[in-house]
Design a protein around this ligand. Structure first.
Ligand code: SAM
Length: 201
């Protein structure tokens, strides 16, 4: 695996929970998005790019007795997450390269992570393949596409140019992996994309 972002995220892992987004504020804001997240008890959920597990415990509490598997490719981020003793399974996985088990989850959530996937088409294929028929892929940011893209360009270095696709690009990505777009929100303070794997597939 030769992605310079791994070293970048490993380097900032120890400070992640104390700089930038406040974990409790993040959960408070996500709690207001019930109608989009639909985190119902019993869902098996794959959290992609879980980082230090800032929202993983909250997700696990919402879907129990369903299970959360949380993946990330930065070992130092995962070490912070594991130290929290959250009731979830943390695994190292590069979603652009390491094949996820197929048809095992009801919901794939990419929270504040999708722009960093260096091969977004490969990642989408992998994530869609992990969904059970009827399952959903959710990509969520607490900011608009324009704000996220400008933020990453401002950070620079390894994450400069890490962008969320625009609407036509999303439509192509979804169609290529057989997901039907069901939610699209891109406004100040929020981006939500939902794609569904229809039952017949
Ligand atoms: C901006 S951080 C967000 C972390 C967490 N979701 C949060 O909100 O605190 C993005 C995360 O995505 C992970 N990531 C980026 N590319 C990845 C990939 N190809 N496979 C797995 N994880 C990846 C990074 O290691 C990092 O932890």
């Amino acid at each position: 695996m030769n992605d310079p972002r791994i070293a970048f995220f490993d380097r900032i892992a120890a400070d992640w929970d104390h700089s930038g987004q406040n974990p409790q504020e993040t959960i408070d804001r996500l709690s207001q998005l019930d109608e989009h997240l639909r985190l119902t008890p019993g869902l098996d959920l794959l959290e992609v790019g879980c980082g230090t597990g800032q929202i993983t415990g909250w997700l696990a509490s919402r879907v129990a007795p369903g299970r959360v598997v949380a993946v990330d490719f930065a070992e130092a981020m995962l070490a912070q997450a594991r130290a929290k003793r959250i009731d979830a399974e943390f695994r190292r996985c590069d979603v652009c390269a390491d094949r996820l088990p197929s048809r095992t989850v009801d919901l794939v959530l990419c929270f504040h992570s999708f722009p960093h996937f260096r091969d977004q088409h490969a990642a989408m294929k992998n994530l869609a393949g992990a969904l059970r028929p009827g399952g959903r892929l959710l990509v969520v940011h607490l900011a608009s596409i324009a704000a996220i893209n400008a933020f990453h360009d401002g950070v620079g270095g390894e994450v400069a140019g890490d962008h969320l696709p625009n609407e036509p690009q999303w439509n192509r990505l979804l169609a290529a992996v057989g997901l039907r777009r069901t939610v699209w929100i891109d406004r100040e303070g929020l981006f939500v994309l939902e794609g569904v794997l229809d039952d017949k597939q």
